[in-house]
Design a protein around this ligand. Sequence first.
Ligand code: PHE
Length: 347
Amino acid sequence: MLDTLNTLEATALDELELANTSQAIANWNWKYFGSKRSKGAVDDAMRQLGTLPGEERKAFGKRANEVKQALTAAFVAREHLVKQADLEAQMSAGSLDVTLPGKPVSRGRLHPSSQNLRRISNVFAQMGFEVYRSPDVETDEMNFGLLNIAPEHPARDMWDTFYTNTPGVILRTHTSPGQIRSMREFGHGGTKPIRMILPGMCYRYEQVTARSEMQFNQVEGIAVGKNITLADLKGAMSEFARRMFGGNGKIRFRSSYFPFTEPSVEVDVFLGLDSERNKMLTKGTGWLEISGAGMIHPTVLRNGGYDPAVWSGFAFGMGPERVAMRLHGINDIRSFWSNDLRFLEQF
Ligand code: PHE
């Protein structure tokens, strides 16, 4: 009986020796070990086990297992060999040209708005401003009330508001509520000076046009201390302009109105007209408007926990997308949030 097994083993090994393509190897495997649907020769031989008397059965079973293991091992070794040979044949036949350029993998990158915010944040961080974030979803009280804008105040018309289903909860229309939050969180009850910027998204219930989006970023800046004056605001703005845009950092204030600053200004930086880029950036005026700003209103200082008789401060609210639009010649603000790769991939 054991002869059957010995013959099976010998034949199988001989045949395996001759199989030198992947296909031949697979056929061999199928013949001896079968597939899910049909049994192979090894299984067929095993089946005889049941017909044998006790003593013989033991010896047969042992030998059958040996054969099975030997064939499996031989198969694995042979398969490896043949695959290797296949690969070498392919390579020397030149079907695999390793010098061909690969498919380009498109790289992810920061959104142009984020890149721009990081540049602005870096400049202010170098000037000693901490970077802080405050929430996009705000209370009416933070966004308006504590900023000296009473419920019926006509100045509310300056900010068209998205309301939520929860009374008193809105999407912030500017980053200025961050003034209150940073004074309260970092002013130690109105005893310590602060200097921070708060970049983030703002929302306005406005008609979307090429010039105005219903969402956009602002960078709020706030500095509170003793003896802070309008000259410090001017100094901070011109130093920012110098570091961000180069040049001499000349700026100008135009008088303006905000309920939470007094006096209030709008800030233009001087870029001049001596390059095509600057002509475009400033629409031929030499001046680029970058920010609303002013000295923090005493009421707002008080709401932040400071005594306005002792403390003073300045604040500004910058429009980074405006700056980016000018810098890159982007003429439609909707490009920023339309997620068009043709736009995004340019940065
Ligand atoms: N929050 C103002 C706006 O959105 C800008 C501003 C900020 C003005 C800080 C003065 C001080 O228009």
